[in-house]
Design a binder for this molecule. Structure first.
Ligand code: NDP
Length: 481
């Protein structure tokens, strides 16, 4: 059986307990490899290896750090086949998507921050000839980086790149369901010449691995992406340590469709926003709100288009949706479809295992794209993040009503607005209580822009300057003339 190993102090190591977890394939439920079931001791070793490497890495000139990060990016690009296959096997996502989205974004993350640190200028202020103030920016030390399973490499590198670029060292904890791409990345980082100890990977369960990282007093900042419940736990676990905390959490995003749209033009994009990556993207639009006059026609056209999406072997080029990531998650998503049925929701399409899959996939975690209507706004389905290929459709009459329904959710990550009338779009963008609003597009991410959520979708912003702010401390120095 294939085994992944932790990467600590520049070398691959077995977990100290010699305990292992099994990874099941989303395609057929078979065990495909084992990964370390690491314990507190492994995390502590990784933290002390990082702490040892900190002083030298922080003092390494920005240009040298930047060159190493660019070399990592080059190696990611050169190894796109292996990395994309790792994401496909672990998550169940289409290989073509991993090649188009996940892996290219991982190398872009490194290139972006490799360049950013070379062009950074700090402010200074002259106090009318009495004194001058300037700002020093300094790394904090060991960064604890915790990522979820839906975009494993994309999200982990979104944290690693700014952390290392700014001179911090890191201990990374990927999801137990999707550790392969980080295991490969560790090797690429070593080959790129990253000094030992600067970036460590500890594989295993959220508790103890993530918990120990969050609780450890030697880790002054935690960048966490994951579910809202776990985010709450992370907040509690870090209490009393005065850590810098960035929490990127769940979403229940609204897709608002005004009656002026050209359905032929927008439906393909709204399908993508609903079901890309099996609907397992925190930014997926899982609540579609359509203006009254267009509602029935939208439901018909959209459900028909959803029923035509190809669900199947994610290694095939024409597959749009693969299986869900794990059996537990698959059962959870399906249970929401049952709740919707009990609440008299009308399933327009989906809700079932696809009929035409071969025998080899009969134990896989596949679910057809599911569209549900006739649920009230207070239904559990509208209030809870399902994180799968399940969307609801509801109607609204006036713009303010559309915004009200969109905001009636504990979450506030993103929303998309679809209309030809930009002045209406501006008004809605202003009133939506979310971190990102897309107008006539979805998932276009500019690395220079802040990213994060409001309400239960998180705390803080990362991206561009905000990442630099998060991963550094600003110090003001005041000198009398
Ligand atoms: P989880 O919250 O279950 O896990 C996220 C990470 O936290 C995993 O690595 C997990 O490890 C770890 N973890 C679990 N328990 C603890 C703990 N006590 N202390 C520290 N770390 C812990 O999320 P999922 O992996 O299920 O990912 C899906 C969620 O992520 C969805 O809610 C989605 O919306 C959200 N997400 C948010 C994004 C954003 O940018 N806002 C982007 C992408 C996803 P393990 O897997 O081993 O349990």
């Amino acid at each position: 059986m294939r085994r992944l190993l932790n990467f600590i102090d520049g070398e691959f190591r077995e977990p100290t307990s010699n305990k292992w977890l099994e990874k099941h394939s989303p395609l057929n439920d078979e065990v495909i490899y084992e990964l370390p079931d690491s314990g507190e001791m492994d995390v502590i070793q990784a933290i002390s290896s990082a702490a040892k490497a900190f002083e030298k890495w922080a003092a390494t000139p920005a240009e040298e750090r930047s060159q190493i990060l660019n070399r990592i990016a080059d190696l990611i690009d050169e190894n796109i086949d292996a990395l994309a296959m790792a994401e496909c096997e672990d998550v169940g996502k289409p290989l073509s998507l991993a090649r188009k989205l996940d892996v290219p974004r991982a190398s872009q993350n490194f290139r972006f921050f490799a360049s950013k640190i070379l062009h950074k200028v700090e402010t200074a202020s002259d106090m009318d000839g009495q004194a001058v103030n300037y700002v020093l920016r300094q790394p904090l030390g060991v960064a604890g980086l915790i990522a979820p399973w839906n975009l494993p490499l994309y999200l982990m590198t979104w944290k690693i790149a700014p952390a290392l670029a700014t001179g911090n060292v890191a201990v990374c904890k990927p999801s137990e369901f999707t550790s392969q791409s980080c295991f490969l990345l560790a090797d690429l980082m070593a080959r790129a010449g990253l000094p030992k100890g600067v970036c460590n990977f500890v594989f295993g369960l959220g508790d103890p691995v993530g918990r120990t990282l969050v609780e450890h007093p030697g880790v002054p900042l935690i960048s966490f992406t994951g579910g809202t419940k776990t985010g709450e736990l992370v907040q509690k676990q870090s209490l009393g340590h005065f850590k810098k905390l960035s929490l990127e959490l769940g979403g229940k995003n609204a897709t608002i469709v005004l009656k002026d749209v050209d359905l032929k033009k927008v439906v393909p994009s709204i399908l993508r926003a609903s079901f890309l990556n099996q609907g397992e993207i925190c930014l997926c639009g899982s609540r579609i709100l359509v203006q009254e006059d267009l509602f029935e026609e939208f439901c018909e056209v959209f459900a028909e288009a959803a029923s035509q999406l190809v669900v199947g072997d994610p290694r095939e080029e024409n597959t749009f949706m693969g299986p869900l990531v794990s059996k537990v998650h698959y059962k959870k998503v399906k249970s929401f479809v049952e709740i919707a049925r009990k609440e008299d929701g009308k399933v327009l399409t989906g809700g079932e295992f696809p009929e035409n899959l071969g025998d080899e996939f009969k134990n896989g975690y596949f679910l057809r794209p599911t569209v549900i209507k006739d649920l009230t706004q207070c239904s559990e389905i509208h209030q809870t993040e399902i994180f799968g290929p399940v969307v609801t459709v509801n109607s609204f009459k006036y713009l303010h009503e559309g915004v009200k329904w969109a905001n009636t959710s504990p979450y506030g990550l993103s929303a998309s607005v679809w209309t030809k009338d930009l002045s209406k779009a501006h008004k809605m963008a202003r009133d939506l209580k979310v971190g990102t609003v897309w107008v006539n597009t979805w998932l276009k991410r500019d690395l220079r822009m802040p990213f994060g959520g409001q309400k239960a979708s998180g705390l803080g912003r990362e991206g561009g300057e905000d990442s630099i702010d998060f991963f550094t401390e600003k110090k003001t120095v005041c000198i009398e003339f």
